[in-house]
Design a binder for this molecule. Sequence first.
Ligand code: S3P
Length: 441
Amino acid sequence: MISEAATARTMAVEGPVAPIDARLRVPGDKSISHRAAMLGGIAEGTTRIRNFLPATDCLATLEVMRGLGVEVEYSSDEVLVHGRGMEGLVEPARPLECGGSGTTMRLMSGLLAGQPFYSILAGNAQLSRRPMDRVARPLREMGATILGREGGRLAPLTIQGGNLKGISYRPPVASAQIKSAVVLAGLFAEGETAVEEIAPTRDHTERMLMSMGADLIVEGSTVRVRPSRLKAIDVDVPGDISSAAFILAAAAIVPGSRVVVEGVGLNSGRTGFLHALERMGAVVRLHNEHESNGEPVADVEVAYRELKGIAISAEDVPGMIDELPMLAVVATQAEGMTEVRGAAELRVKETDRIATTAAELTRMGADIEPLPDGFRLHGSTTLSGAQVSSHGDHRLAMSLSIAALVAKGATTVEDTECVDDSFPGFEAALRTLIGGGSNGE
Ligand code: S3P
């Protein structure tokens, strides 16, 4: 049973639930929706985006593009972004509000570094605590003036861009956001800009830029980009694997279950969670594999089988960075130890996800020990229903709701409005899981 309170949103689940048999769709991919809106705004012509993710994070990106003079037509069927070309953005009259969206602020920093005008990127309290020097540093090296609080480390960021020179940069952490920010600035910089990754991360920016005709090549772990003109394209956004992960995890932990999530994007930088489920013993199958806009897509099936603990190390982390709170929940139902290392990045996400995940799962009875760069968890455990909090973190809210499906008794997850940051309709999807059937997304 699941219910929602009328005021501050909460989710209440009474577990354990019966075996799940469901077939669903999840909303569009967050990373691809952001990029389609941004790149569409600097392309020539109209970019038509189907299945754009109507989440608060992506809506913030659309508003930021509007603030830069881009005309955006929004409907539930499609989003039309009328591109202004590479020299067409205009100086915004007011600060550009990114809400809680790190992707918006970091990628837009790169794009704005290339513009010969002054702009301010602002965020909510949560985003204003997250490190921005990771993008500001290379962009300053390219020639942009970027100021922020605490010596330029924190938002709001003020950016005076233009007159950039290409650089060769090796980000100290594996981050698609840093890579993308430098690549976007590189579109406006003199000469070549090269970004060499220490570990592969999602490459949506590179794929979309290539589809739009950018002068960009990928050589091993290095992306090379030169000033380019972009052509508008039609973008069909696949389902977000990071949202599908919650649904698939439910099937992996509720004995006797099976779910299929249709039309999920399977970018090679995003499939780590599926590999982890498989290594833990779950049945994972792909159906109807095809390509859409240069991105691999498939229907993903997961069926329950007894699980065992696994070790996740630094090289596995970028491919499942957003799914690690969910993995912790799965690990509570796996026999033996699961250890995640090399994931210190979790500490600078929407919350310190090592601390918040460990604290909340401990309330439900999990045996989880936070580590500086990950966590160690011993399973399997019969979780107990409890009152837990999302701490305003969408991924934690959804992970805890899935944990509640196997917990004994009533669980209330507090502060769940944040699920709208990435997965509007999550409560309805959860109801479908519990009630069976399809959500007709
Ligand atoms: C994202 C990259 C990841 C991820 C975030 C979205 C992107 O962040 O956590 O949710 O769209 O590029 P990092 O690149 O900082 O790890």
